[in-house]
Design a protein around this ligand. Structure first.
Ligand SMILES: NC(=O)c1ccc[n+]([C@@H]2O[C@H](COP(=O)([O-])OP(=O)(O)OC[C@H]3O[C@@H](n4cnc5c(N)ncnc54)[C@H](O)[C@@H]3O)[C@@H](O)[C@H]2O)c1
Length: 303
């Protein structure tokens, strides 16, 4: 297969490119390098196109000759999308629309979208099912949800094979800890590896469904192979929620660090509990996360 990975120089995209290339697939990457890095692709044979998914011509050039598009390029930071909703709309929704239109123009068969648990909003305090009513609370979440709907419409109107995967909290090597809003695990690792104190917002009893990037890559590849997908939407998670305090303890032990965390006031809009139902991913996609949190963290810390 010839795969196009938009956002392929980023955290998740680069691991996907590695897996696709090692399985013998041809890989093209379209990335504007706004948060991605070419070094992430150092070990992966690929064709690189520096371009912007919000520009239709860039996308049109990239999809030529491709069998499947993995559409991961996005402004993946919720605060950034709140600060600049116009750009966010152009990239996160306009980018998806451009991918779909370019695929229609060039007869590309399949699109797999990186969607997000953010579509569930503040959550219900119970496992989130794909059939639950979404409650997007940011431009980012709304644009991911609208992207999913676009995929479904292109599946039913134009026969495009589309799948959207709602990632929960993804972690692993290459996750960039440079922003305070980065994934909590990459921030904790950065601080613990330098024996610097870690800040936990709130009481630390809020919990998240963390899933290793290696499992997420498996889910993406399964989605590219699913027969007759018809715009399917699936959660990608472990289906288990872990508190931030527990996560801190696990990581501190791996770094042999006995520093106590510092606590700061809770951040507005942080859900108390986020956990996925993984029943549909197992049934429809044949996906079950293989790595426990401990195994995933060990793989991350050992590099
Ligand atoms: N990391 C997570 O926990 C998580 C959770 C849910 C969903 N997601 C989604 O997964 C995808 C990948 O996220 P990530 O964590 O790897 O983030 P990332 O920022 O590392 O990767 C995004 C990539 O897209 C590129 N990009 C951004 N805007 C672009 C544009 N206009 N044109 C072309 N390329 C552009 C960036 O340079 C980067 O390489 C995103 O769609 C994100 O919304 C991530």
């Amino acid at each position: 297969m010839h795969a196009l990975v938009t956002g392929g120089a980023g955290f998740i995209g680069s691991h996907l490119c590695d897996a696709l290339a090692s399985a013998g697939h041809t890989v093209t990457v379209l990335d504007d390098l706004s948060t991605g890095h070419l070094e992430n692709l150092a070990s992966c044979p690929h064709r690189f196109i520096r371009g912007d998914v919000s520009q239709f011509d860039d996308v049109l050039e990239a999809v030529r000759g491709v069998d499947c598009v993995f559409h991961l390029a996005a402004i993946a930071s919720v605060p950034k999308t709140v600060a600049d909703p116009r750009r966010s709309q152009a990239v996160n929704l306009g980018g998806t629309f451009n991918v779909l239109e370019a695929c229609r123009a060039h007869g590309v068969k399949r699109v797999v979208l990186a969607s997000s648990a953010a579509v569930y909003g503040m959550g219900t305090g119970k496992p989130e099912f794909e059939s639950d009513l979404p409650a997007p609370a940011s431009p980012y979440a709304l644009e991911k949800l609208s992207s999913e709907y676009y995929l479904q419409i292109y599946a039913s109107l134009y026969g495009l094979e589309t799948v959207a995967l709602r990632f929960f909290n993804v972690f692993g090597p290459r996750q960039d800890p440079s922003s305070p809003y980065s994934g909590v695990i990459s921030l904790f690792c950065k601080h613990l590896s330098q024996k610097m104190p870690v800040t936990i917002y709130g009481d630390g009893e809020q919990s998240r469904d963390f899933v290793s990037v290696f499992d997420v890559v498996r889910a993406l590849i399964l989605a590219s192979q699913l027969s007759d997908p018809k715009g399917t939407v699936c959660n990608v998670a472990r289906g288990e929620s872990v508190t931030i305090n527990t996560l801190y303890r696990e990581l501190a032990a791996l770094y042999h660090c006995d520093l106590k965390p510092q606590y700061a006031p809770a951040r507005e809009g942080d859900p108390r509990l986020s956990v996925a139902s993984v029943e549909k991913a197992e049934r429809v996609l044949g996906f079950k996360a293989a790595l426990s949190l401990k195994e995933g963290l060990l793989r991350l810390v050992q590099g």
